[in-house]
Design a protein around this ligand. Sequence first.
Ligand SMILES: Cc1cc2nc3c(=O)[nH]c(=O)nc-3n(C[C@H](O)[C@H](O)[C@H](O)COP(=O)(O)OP(=O)(O)OC[C@H]3O[C@@H](n4cnc5c(N)ncnc54)[C@H](O)[C@@H]3O)c2cc1C
Length: 344
Amino acid sequence: MHYHSFIIGGGIAGTVLALTMRDRGYSVKILDHRSGNSCSNVAAGLMNPITGKRQTLSWRSEDFFPKAIDFYRRYAPENGQNAFRELPIHRILSSVAEQNRWSTADHPDRFKLFIEDQALSSLPSDRYHNALGTLVVKSGGKLDMKAFLKHAHQLLLNDLAYEEVDQAIDITPNSMYAYQNDQADHLIHAEGWNHADLWNFLPFTPMKGEILTLQSDHLDTDKIVIGSCFIAPETDQTFRVGATYDWRSINTTKTGEAREALIQRFQKMTDVPFEVIDHQVGIRPAVSDRRPLIGKHPNHNNLFLFNGMGSKGASMTPLLAEWFIDFMEGQALPDEVNLNRFIS
Ligand SMILES: Cc1cc2nc3c(=O)[nH]c(=O)nc-3n(C[C@H](O)[C@H](O)[C@H](O)COP(=O)(O)OP(=O)(O)OC[C@H]3O[C@@H](n4cnc5c(N)ncnc54)[C@H](O)[C@@H]3O)c2cc1C
């Protein structure tokens, strides 16, 4: 079969891109060497617009979030597993200064999508340590990436638009691409942190992350709670708790150190009984300036990159996919995401 594009890699990046390209009339095929440690299979899938100790609006949230929510409402509920849930996010306040900052109804306009005028609340003190209350953030949520990808891959497979390959694909740049009996005019690399050597000139800074799944009967399943770590409901009794950031040892080894650190952070937020039922590790495809890496290879006209989602693959990918297709059609990419920013 002849396709417009092959996409190498079927994590959240390659999969959302494939679905979006098909929506816009392009024939694509994902070639995916699924490793147990695809970052997307490990991610908590939080879509959280207000981040960091200083509680700032993360980069372009007001653009990324509406698009992402619209996209996942369309594609994620179909699997019947609630792969995407819009959930309020309660950020536990840690100082009176923070309380004062958010108690005013006069938030900058950029925050309006995410913060109500009266945004302060509190959680039951028998379950959560939140003496100063919480800031409630809306228009975020959680994507169960593993469930979403399983569903999306099946959908694509039915249309011959997905193939699980048994080894990593390495295709030499050419005027046309061939894989077994298929051909494509373009090749798009969406391989996550383990990218092809062709892109070695770009400043990827992979970031290891570890995350726990806990079982508990005592935590709220209708909200995400963020304090010294995040506690995000997965099922009625299971919660994802994470995550660590380690840029020094890039490997997929689970460490006792990370497990203990996450348990300690969890216990700063709550005293409820729990059991650790899973511990996972993944490598985030991060970039030195913390922005995605999208665009065309400087030496090959039909070779593209869709990568660098860092720790925000769930929220950023749907809009980035639209920008990427606009770019293939001849429009300019925003400078901040164009890989050209690293080519002098
Ligand atoms: C612990 C942890 C928690 C996280 N939590 C969140 C979160 O709450 N919210 C959020 O938005 N993000 C989170 N992330 C980040 C998120 O996982 C990434 O942003 C996202 O998954 C990256 O997706 P990707 O498709 O680029 O890469 P990947 O998911 O790694 O997918 C790449 C795919 O390409 C395949 N592949 C690679 N090379 C080849 C090849 N040569 N041939 C064929 N196939 C190939 C891989 O096997 C894989 O299937 C978290 C990450 C970690 C580690």
